[in-house]
Design a protein around this ligand. Structure first.
Ligand SMILES: [Zn+2]
Length: 204
């Protein structure tokens, strides 16, 4: 029988191929994780500098609650943003966290940076976000400034998540999108829904 982590690693690879095909994770950008265990916390996460369309289960890493690798890492390092994944899992009780670097998340995170976020409303596709029942829903997508100090960035992101309990994702300015889900399948759906909505707002 395949282990839970192996099954999650396979799913992370599939997410990589889907998003690569859409141009959302170009040039090894983006990173994905999924919760293997909660007590103690263990996440499967993509390694740094990997092309997301070419991921294989054996390159995935396991990290702990400090975003440090657990067990054999074969010289591979977790993504620099791993700490952000841990923070989101903690804040939202998420089972998976996905991060993309699309053109539209990059452009809109700059266009609406002055407002601290953007409202998306009136689109049928909003109903693809967990718990949303009507296109009349108003989704607030917070925007935080980019920061190479990931511990500081994680703290700022946590503050926004606490302030906006209903948010399904957030943008990092001129950088990309973070979203999550109860499991990987839901998180993948949220990426596709939010990327669709961002492109619709951007082109509209
Ligand atoms: Zn990034």
């Amino acid at each position: 029988m395949l282990s839970k982590s192996h099954a999650l690693n396979e799913e992370l690879c599939r997410a990589g191929r889907r998003f690569d095909a859409r141009g959302w994770v170009l040039g090894t950008s983006g990173n994905f994780s999924a919760v293997i265990d909660r007590e103690p916390l263990r996440l499967a996460i993509t390694p740094s500098a990997a092309f997301k369309g070419e991921l294989t289960p054996d390159v995935m890493l396991e990290i702990d609650e400090r975003a440090e690798p657990v067990g054999e890492s074969g010289g591979r390092r977790p993504s620099a943003e791993a700490l952000l994944h841990v923070e989101i899992v903690r804040a939202r009780g998420a089972g998976a966290v996905l991060h993309t670097h699309s053109i539209w998340s990059t452009l809109l995170s700059e266009r609406y940076a002055g407002d601290g976020g953007l409202t998306i409303e009136g689109f049928e596709m909003l109903k693809g976000l967990e718990g949303v029942r009507t296109h009349e829903h108003r989704e607030w997508l917070p925007i935080v400034d980019n920061d190479q100090d990931i511990a500081r960035l994680a703290k700022v992101a946590r503050h926004e998540l606490d302030r906006h309990a209903g948010a399904h994702g957030f943008l990092i300015r001129r950088h990309g999108l973070y979203t999550w889900g109860a499991d990987l399948r839901q998180a993948v759906r949220h990426v596709e829904i939010l990327e669709f909505l961002l492109e619709s707002v951007g082109r509209g």
